[in-house]
Design a protein around this ligand. Structure first.
Ligand code: GUN
Length: 286
């Protein structure tokens, strides 16, 4: 069994992004063509004071700083009116010095998340959540941005030269943020994809047929002995166990003896997601 080291790999990728940010953009719009955006500028909007969201936003800000991407955090009270937030997004869409917009989720209940996602310009939607980006991915057109977590997972697999063509990939979880785009992106790489979720019977039997397992559930769900020999196990889950220790969806001790590669938690998918988001934030569209 080999560890897929997300921490080390993310540092390598952030180094590459840093070079890319300080050099002219090849194959894309030049910075001067971007209508005033000399360097990428990511605006992160944080509504309310969810402690986990604050940590995520801080980490995104730190990563942006590290690679030379300008970042601004705009904070709103948890009780703001939806229209105030939508108006701010429209203002940022029209601001040529802003190249990326990210609204941290979850949002307070008076705000319709879907309206927010629809309002962000697809060309500044660094999360890749806008229906235009989702739809482009679904019909095989290049989206402006791929969602950060699945893109980060593919970057990690690529760094370890793990090929996907013809492999059976089992994705556990069907969220818009991870499960669904992950399945689409694996299909695009010519994997055979099975999507499982909390209502899937005989999950263990399906997992045992997988060459690649990606679990994004947030519960200890991958705990079957004897996964396929040399299979690749990607653990997207991160939560605290009953002792307050960070853990993931995969029971590492049970699964790791037979698999070929596995991501640790922490230090696997998490840092790759940040690096992947910074890759997105380094892109500038007109
Ligand atoms: N909250 C948890 N994950 C994410 C993410 O990937 N993007 C945003 N905007 N909010 C999140």
């Amino acid at each position: 069994m080999n560890i897929l080291d997300g921490k080390k790999t993310s540092e390598k990728i952030l180094e590459r992004i840093k070079k890319r940010v300080s050099a002219p953009l090849a194959g894309e719009v030049s910075r001067s063509d971007a209508g005033g955006a000399e360097i990428p500028h990511l605006v992160v909007i944080l509504v309310g004071d969810n402690p986990a969201s604050k940590v995520y936003v801080r980490n995104k800000q730190k990563a942006a700083e590290k690679v030379g991407i300008k970042s601004t955090v705009i904070e709103f009270d948890s009780n703001i009116k939806e229209q105030i937030l939508l108006d701010k997004i429209i203002e940022l869409n029209n601001d040529n010095t802003v190249t990326g917009i990210l609204v941290q989720l979850p949002l307070p209940e008076q705000i319709d998340k879907n309206k927010v996602i629809l309002t962000i310009s697809p060309k500044k939607d660094v999360d890749g959540f806008h229906p235009e980006n989702v739809g482009r991915l679904a019909i095989g057109m290049e989206p402006y941005f791929y969602p950060a977590t699945p893109q980060g997972i593919l970057m990690l697999l690529d760094e370890y030269n793990i090929t996907l063509e013809g492999k059976h990939a089992v994705v556990i979880g069907r969220s818009n943020i991870v499960g669904k785009p992950m399945a689409q992106m694996l299909l695009k790489r010519n994997a055979t994809v099975t999507i499982c979720h909390s209502h899937t019977p005989n999950l263990d039997e399906i997992i045992k047929t997988a060459d690649i397992v990606v679990s994004a559930v947030g519960k200890k769900i991958v705990r079957c002995k004897m996964v396929k020999k040399n299979s690749v196990v990607i653990d997207v889950g991160i939560f605290k166990d009953t002792n307050g220790k960070l853990t993931g969806d995969v029971d590492f001790d049970i699964v790791s003896p037979t698999c070929g590669f596995i991501t640790p938690v922490p230090g696997g998918v998490g840092p790759m997601t940040i690096a992947s988001l910074m890759y997105n934030a380094s892109k500038v569209y007109r």
